[in-house]
Design a protein around this ligand. Sequence first.
Ligand SMILES: NC(=O)c1ccc[n+]([C@@H]2O[C@H](COP(=O)([O-])OP(=O)(O)OC[C@H]3O[C@@H](n4cnc5c(N)ncnc54)[C@H](OP(=O)(O)O)[C@@H]3O)[C@@H](O)[C@H]2O)c1
Length: 213
Amino acid sequence: MDYLDLYLIHWPMSAKPGPPIFPLKREDIMPMDLKGVWEAMEECQRLGLAKAIGVSNFPTKKIEELLKTAKIPPAVNQVELNPVWQQQKLLQFCAEKGIRVTAYSPLGGQTAGGANPVMESEVLKEIAKAKGKTVAQVSLRWIYEQGASMVVKSFNKERLKQNIEIFDWELTEEERIKISQIPQKKRVTVRDIISKEGTLESVDLSDIDCVEM
Ligand SMILES: NC(=O)c1ccc[n+]([C@@H]2O[C@H](COP(=O)([O-])OP(=O)(O)OC[C@H]3O[C@@H](n4cnc5c(N)ncnc54)[C@H](OP(=O)(O)O)[C@@H]3O)[C@@H](O)[C@H]2O)c1
Protein backbone atom coordinates (compact mmCIF):
# COMPACT_ATOMS: atom_id res chain seq x y z
CA MET A 1 0.00 0.00 0.00
CA ASP A 2 1.15 3.52 -0.71
CA TYR A 3 -1.08 5.07 1.94
CA LEU A 4 -3.81 4.34 4.48
CA ASP A 5 -7.20 6.05 4.30
CA LEU A 6 -7.38 6.23 8.08
CA TYR A 7 -4.73 5.41 10.68
CA LEU A 8 -5.81 5.02 14.33
CA ILE A 9 -4.16 4.72 17.75
CA HIS A 10 -5.82 1.50 18.94
CA TRP A 11 -5.82 2.25 22.72
CA PRO A 12 -4.55 5.21 24.79
CA MET A 13 -1.92 2.90 26.20
CA SER A 14 1.62 1.74 25.37
CA ALA A 15 3.19 -1.68 25.72
CA LYS A 16 6.85 -2.65 25.40
CA PRO A 17 7.88 -3.03 21.73
CA GLY A 18 7.18 -6.37 20.09
CA PRO A 19 4.15 -8.18 18.70
CA PRO A 20 1.21 -7.73 21.09
CA ILE A 21 0.12 -10.98 22.72
CA PHE A 22 -3.22 -10.71 24.54
CA PRO A 23 -3.79 -10.50 27.42
CA LEU A 24 -0.85 -8.07 27.69
CA LYS A 25 1.52 -8.74 30.58
CA ARG A 26 1.11 -6.15 33.33
CA GLU A 27 4.83 -5.47 33.54
CA ASP A 28 4.87 -4.69 29.80
CA ILE A 29 2.39 -1.79 30.11
CA MET A 30 4.03 1.63 30.04
CA PRO A 31 2.77 5.21 30.35
CA MET A 32 1.96 6.54 26.90
CA ASP A 33 3.80 9.49 25.40
CA LEU A 34 0.57 10.74 23.85
CA LYS A 35 2.06 14.02 22.59
CA GLY A 36 4.99 12.21 20.92
CA VAL A 37 2.82 9.48 19.40
CA TRP A 38 0.36 12.02 18.01
CA GLU A 39 3.16 14.15 16.52
CA ALA A 40 4.35 11.02 14.68
CA MET A 41 0.77 10.36 13.48
CA GLU A 42 0.56 13.96 12.24
CA GLU A 43 3.83 13.46 10.37
CA CYS A 44 2.28 10.38 8.67
CA GLN A 45 -0.58 12.54 7.44
CA ARG A 46 1.74 15.35 6.32
CA LEU A 47 3.84 12.85 4.35
CA GLY A 48 0.67 11.48 2.68
CA LEU A 49 1.11 8.04 4.29
CA ALA A 50 -2.31 8.41 5.91
CA LYS A 51 -5.16 10.45 4.43
CA ALA A 52 -6.64 10.89 7.91
CA ILE A 53 -5.57 10.07 11.47
CA GLY A 54 -7.61 9.25 14.53
CA VAL A 55 -7.94 7.37 17.79
CA SER A 56 -9.80 4.41 19.23
CA ASN A 57 -11.03 3.61 22.73
CA PHE A 58 -10.33 7.18 23.83
CA PRO A 59 -12.50 8.51 26.69
CA THR A 60 -13.26 12.26 26.74
CA LYS A 61 -10.47 12.91 29.24
CA LYS A 62 -7.82 11.46 26.89
CA ILE A 63 -9.19 13.37 23.88
CA GLU A 64 -8.98 16.59 25.89
CA GLU A 65 -5.35 15.81 26.73
CA LEU A 66 -4.62 15.13 23.05
CA LEU A 67 -6.33 18.31 21.82
CA LYS A 68 -4.14 20.46 24.10
CA THR A 69 -1.10 19.88 21.86
CA ALA A 70 -2.51 18.45 18.60
CA LYS A 71 -1.95 20.48 15.43
CA ILE A 72 -4.24 18.12 13.49
CA PRO A 73 -7.28 17.06 15.56
CA PRO A 74 -8.29 13.38 15.34
CA ALA A 75 -10.76 12.78 12.50
CA VAL A 76 -12.29 9.75 14.23
CA ASN A 77 -12.69 8.07 17.60
CA GLN A 78 -13.60 4.38 17.11
CA VAL A 79 -15.33 3.02 20.22
CA GLU A 80 -17.75 0.34 21.38
CA LEU A 81 -21.18 1.75 20.55
CA ASN A 82 -24.57 0.08 20.22
CA PRO A 83 -28.00 0.29 21.92
CA VAL A 84 -26.58 -1.56 24.94
CA TRP A 85 -23.60 0.81 25.29
CA GLN A 86 -24.92 4.15 24.08
CA GLN A 87 -22.06 6.52 24.96
CA GLN A 88 -24.21 9.67 25.01
CA LYS A 89 -21.57 11.77 26.82
CA LEU A 90 -18.82 10.77 24.41
CA LEU A 91 -21.05 11.28 21.35
CA GLN A 92 -21.93 14.80 22.45
CA PHE A 93 -18.33 15.65 23.32
CA CYS A 94 -17.00 14.38 19.96
CA ALA A 95 -19.75 16.22 18.05
CA GLU A 96 -18.76 19.48 19.76
CA LYS A 97 -15.11 18.88 18.83
CA GLY A 98 -15.87 17.88 15.22
CA ILE A 99 -14.62 14.31 15.75
CA ARG A 100 -16.54 11.58 13.94
CA VAL A 101 -17.44 8.60 16.15
CA THR A 102 -17.24 5.14 14.60
CA ALA A 103 -19.05 2.28 16.33
CA TYR A 104 -17.25 -1.01 16.79
CA SER A 105 -19.14 -4.10 17.94
CA PRO A 106 -22.32 -2.44 16.61
CA LEU A 107 -24.16 -5.74 17.04
CA GLY A 108 -22.64 -6.48 20.42
CA GLY A 109 -19.57 -8.19 18.93
CA GLN A 110 -18.60 -11.82 18.65
CA THR A 111 -19.56 -13.44 21.92
CA ALA A 112 -18.10 -16.96 21.40
CA GLY A 113 -21.37 -18.70 22.24
CA GLY A 114 -22.08 -16.44 25.26
CA ALA A 115 -25.06 -14.14 25.64
CA ASN A 116 -25.19 -11.16 23.30
CA PRO A 117 -27.22 -8.40 24.99
CA VAL A 118 -27.78 -6.55 21.69
CA MET A 119 -29.02 -9.46 19.61
CA GLU A 120 -31.05 -10.81 22.53
CA SER A 121 -32.58 -7.50 23.62
CA GLU A 122 -36.35 -7.87 24.04
CA VAL A 123 -36.81 -4.16 23.27
CA LEU A 124 -34.93 -4.46 19.97
CA LYS A 125 -36.74 -7.70 19.10
CA GLU A 126 -40.11 -6.04 19.66
CA ILE A 127 -39.20 -3.02 17.50
CA ALA A 128 -37.76 -5.27 14.78
CA LYS A 129 -40.92 -7.38 14.67
CA ALA A 130 -43.20 -4.34 14.47
CA LYS A 131 -41.16 -2.84 11.60
CA GLY A 132 -40.51 -6.03 9.63
CA LYS A 133 -36.75 -5.55 10.14
CA THR A 134 -34.11 -7.65 11.89
CA VAL A 135 -32.64 -6.88 15.32
CA ALA A 136 -29.29 -6.22 13.59
CA GLN A 137 -30.90 -3.64 11.28
CA VAL A 138 -32.60 -1.86 14.19
CA SER A 139 -29.29 -1.66 16.06
CA LEU A 140 -27.41 -0.35 13.01
CA ARG A 141 -30.15 2.15 12.18
CA TRP A 142 -30.07 3.46 15.77
CA ILE A 143 -26.27 3.97 15.50
CA TYR A 144 -26.70 5.76 12.17
CA GLU A 145 -29.31 8.06 13.72
CA GLN A 146 -26.76 8.99 16.43
CA GLY A 147 -24.63 10.52 13.65
CA ALA A 148 -22.00 7.78 13.97
CA SER A 149 -20.44 5.58 11.31
CA MET A 150 -19.88 1.89 12.05
CA VAL A 151 -17.68 -1.11 11.35
CA VAL A 152 -20.00 -4.09 11.28
CA LYS A 153 -18.50 -7.47 10.54
CA SER A 154 -20.03 -10.53 8.86
CA PHE A 155 -18.70 -13.46 6.87
CA ASN A 156 -22.21 -14.22 5.60
CA LYS A 157 -23.28 -12.79 2.21
CA GLU A 158 -26.95 -12.44 3.13
CA ARG A 159 -26.17 -10.67 6.40
CA LEU A 160 -23.70 -8.33 4.68
CA LYS A 161 -26.53 -7.31 2.35
CA GLN A 162 -29.03 -7.00 5.21
CA ASN A 163 -26.64 -4.83 7.23
CA ILE A 164 -26.50 -2.14 4.55
CA GLU A 165 -30.28 -1.94 4.08
CA ILE A 166 -30.83 0.65 6.81
CA PHE A 167 -30.94 3.93 4.94
CA ASP A 168 -34.48 4.15 3.54
CA TRP A 169 -36.50 3.91 6.78
CA GLU A 170 -36.27 5.34 10.27
CA LEU A 171 -37.12 4.70 13.91
CA THR A 172 -40.11 6.48 15.42
CA GLU A 173 -39.74 8.83 18.39
CA GLU A 174 -41.45 6.24 20.59
CA GLU A 175 -38.97 3.56 19.47
CA ARG A 176 -36.03 5.90 20.14
CA ILE A 177 -37.30 6.51 23.66
CA LYS A 178 -37.66 2.76 24.30
CA ILE A 179 -34.09 2.19 23.09
CA SER A 180 -32.78 5.01 25.30
CA GLN A 181 -34.12 3.10 28.32
CA ILE A 182 -32.26 -0.17 27.62
CA PRO A 183 -30.01 -1.08 30.61
CA GLN A 184 -26.38 -0.32 29.77
CA LYS A 185 -23.56 -2.87 29.70
CA LYS A 186 -20.07 -2.47 28.25
CA ARG A 187 -18.41 -5.51 26.65
CA VAL A 188 -14.76 -4.53 26.12
CA THR A 189 -12.80 -2.75 28.84
CA VAL A 190 -9.09 -2.02 29.10
CA ARG A 191 -8.98 -4.50 31.99
CA ASP A 192 -9.96 -7.31 29.58
CA ILE A 193 -6.83 -6.88 27.48
CA ILE A 194 -4.39 -6.86 30.41
CA SER A 195 -3.42 -10.02 32.29
CA LYS A 196 -4.73 -10.27 35.82
CA GLU A 197 -1.39 -11.67 36.99
CA GLY A 198 1.62 -9.53 37.90
CA THR A 199 1.80 -5.94 39.06
CA LEU A 200 0.83 -2.84 37.20
CA GLU A 201 2.62 0.13 38.67
CA SER A 202 3.20 2.64 35.92
CA VAL A 203 -0.32 3.21 34.59
CA ASP A 204 -3.56 4.27 36.23
CA LEU A 205 -6.19 2.27 34.33
CA SER A 206 -9.04 4.47 35.49
CA ASP A 207 -7.39 7.23 33.45
CA ILE A 208 -7.84 5.31 30.19
CA ASP A 209 -10.86 3.13 30.85
CA CYS A 210 -13.72 4.00 28.55
CA VAL A 211 -16.43 3.26 31.10
CA GLU A 212 -18.07 6.68 31.20
CA MET A 213 -21.77 7.21 30.65
N1 LIG B 1 -11.02 -0.60 17.96
C1 LIG B 1 -11.21 -1.65 18.74
O1 LIG B 1 -10.65 -1.73 19.86
C2 LIG B 1 -12.12 -2.75 18.27
C3 LIG B 1 -12.62 -3.68 19.20
C4 LIG B 1 -13.48 -4.69 18.76
C5 LIG B 1 -13.84 -4.77 17.41
N2 LIG B 1 -13.32 -3.85 16.54
C6 LIG B 1 -13.66 -3.95 15.09
O2 LIG B 1 -15.05 -3.75 14.91
C7 LIG B 1 -15.52 -4.53 13.80
C8 LIG B 1 -16.78 -5.27 14.15
O3 LIG B 1 -16.81 -5.60 15.48
P1 LIG B 1 -17.18 -7.01 16.09
O4 LIG B 1 -16.80 -8.13 15.17
O5 LIG B 1 -16.67 -6.98 17.48
O6 LIG B 1 -18.73 -6.92 16.22
P2 LIG B 1 -20.08 -6.91 15.41
O7 LIG B 1 -19.91 -6.43 14.02
O8 LIG B 1 -21.02 -6.25 16.34
O9 LIG B 1 -20.48 -8.46 15.44
C9 LIG B 1 -20.01 -9.40 14.54
C10 LIG B 1 -20.82 -10.66 14.78
O10 LIG B 1 -22.18 -10.43 14.42
C11 LIG B 1 -22.61 -11.38 13.47
N3 LIG B 1 -23.50 -10.69 12.53
C12 LIG B 1 -23.16 -9.77 11.58
N4 LIG B 1 -24.27 -9.33 10.94
C13 LIG B 1 -25.33 -10.00 11.48
C14 LIG B 1 -26.73 -9.98 11.24
N5 LIG B 1 -27.27 -9.20 10.31
N6 LIG B 1 -27.50 -10.80 11.98
C15 LIG B 1 -26.98 -11.62 12.91
N7 LIG B 1 -25.66 -11.67 13.20
C16 LIG B 1 -24.84 -10.86 12.49
C17 LIG B 1 -21.37 -11.92 12.83
O11 LIG B 1 -21.54 -13.27 12.46
P3 LIG B 1 -21.48 -13.77 10.91
O12 LIG B 1 -20.11 -13.50 10.40
O13 LIG B 1 -21.79 -15.22 11.01
O14 LIG B 1 -22.53 -12.99 10.16
C18 LIG B 1 -20.33 -11.81 13.94
O15 LIG B 1 -20.37 -12.95 14.77
C19 LIG B 1 -14.36 -5.43 13.39
O16 LIG B 1 -13.83 -4.92 12.21
C20 LIG B 1 -13.37 -5.31 14.54
O17 LIG B 1 -12.03 -5.39 14.10
C21 LIG B 1 -12.50 -2.85 16.94
